[in-house]
Design a protein around this ligand. Structure first.
Ligand code: P6P
Length: 329
């Protein structure tokens, strides 16, 4: 007799049972993030049909025009997490400072960082976008900000939701990476990609080559070598949406690069809620992630919105990048 598909909810509960001391707080937070993802998915999938499309009249801390769906997604994440009473601190790409939490959260044992809708400049042209999140245990002392500024290697959970041809919820709690696809007919995420592993090497490199003239010699020489690799033909794929580019490379192998350049001297992507969660996921899938000098997950954050160069994907391509930077700068 065929068994019923494994839902995300059942998967989370079975994972929770492996931790005898678990009281369900962590599972509740994850369930709520999945709930927010369903709401965001519904709005993203009808964005072209309602007035929600288009830019809002505000800008985020990085001076980027906030799309209305950015703001909607940010509110949905906060509305889903705050009522749990389990989250002592939140940081969002869309908010300059820590997200204020209601008093019942002050004893919460977890802190959550998130980019509610990454790649939102692609919304109006119907390109895949995503939500990225990371969950920390509360820092030992009662400094909520410190709970958010922990190294990526302290994450207890990281995940993303990709709103594409289908909506997928991909996450890890440190025991491998699993992907769930939303079945809109039942409103459940169903296990579709168990135990995701990134290939040792790929045939895809993802970088915005319009920045070529602003790269160091090492980055230029690396890309030139990849484009003329002696053993295999690489292809360039750049969607300009981190979640979409990362998800494809995670499944097929390859490397995503947003290195520093003379304009973005610290890179463009943010450490807390983009680089760290994606780095935790790629390492759990057997890949690597670096800023060009050190492991991303070892970096000590100093501010909520700090940026970092980000090179992550299959081990072969990332290790080769480190060799080129070591040799050519
Ligand atoms: P560029 C989207 O704006 C984003 O933050 C990431 O999702 C994406 O990988 C990157 O910026 C694209 O940057 O400079 O190519 O537009």
């Amino acid at each position: 007799m065929s068994t019923s598909p494994m839902s995300l909810s059942r998967f989370m509960l079975e994972e929770e049972r492996k931790h005898p001391k678990a009281v369900g707080d962590f599972t509740l937070i994850l369930e709520q993030i999945a709930f927010a993802a369903k709401i965001i998915s519904r709005e993203v999938n009808k964005a072209g049909l309602v007035s929600i499309l288009g830019a809002a009249s505000t800008h985020n801390i990085h001076g980027e025009t906030q799309q209305k769906l950015d703001l909607f997604s940010n509110e949905e994440m906060i509305k889903a997490l705050d009522p749990t009473g389990k989250v002592c601190a939140m940081a969002s790409e869309e908010m300059d400072d820590m997200v204020p939490v209601s008093d019942k959260n002050l004893e919460g044992r977890y802190a959550v960082v998130f980019d509610p809708l990454d790649g939102s400049s692609n919304i109006d042209v119907n390109v895949s976008i995503g939500t990225i999140f990371g969950i920390y245990k509360r820092a030992n002392d009662n400094d909520c900000l410190k709970s958010l500024l922990q190294k990526g290697k302290e994450l207890v959970c990281a995940g993303y939701v990709i709103y594409g041809s289908s909506t997928m919820f991909v996450y890890t709690t440190g025991n491998g990476v699993n992907g769930f696809t939303l079945d809109p007919s039942v409103g459940e995420f169903l296990l579709s990609h168990p135990n995701i592993k990134i290939p040792e090497y790929g045939k895809i490199y993802s970088i915005n080559e319009s920045n070529y003239d602003r790269w160091t010699k090492g980055i230029q020489e690396y890309v030139k070598f990849i484009k003329n690799h002696p053993d295999r033909q690489y292809t360039a794929r750049w969607i300009g949406s981190l979640v979409a580019d990362f998800h494809r490379n995670l499944l097929k192998g390859g490397v995503f690069l947003y290195p520093e350049d003379t304009k973005n001297t610290k890179g463009k992507l943010r450490l807390l809620y983009e680089a760290n969660p994606m780095s935790f996921i790629v390492e759990q899938a057997g890949g690597m992630s670096t800023n060009g000098r050190e492991r991303i997950l070892d970096i000590q954050p100093t501010s909520l919105h700090e940026k970092t160069p980000l090179i992550l994907g299959s081990k072969y391509e990332v290790e080769l990048y480190l060799q080129y930077r070591e040799k050519y700068g």
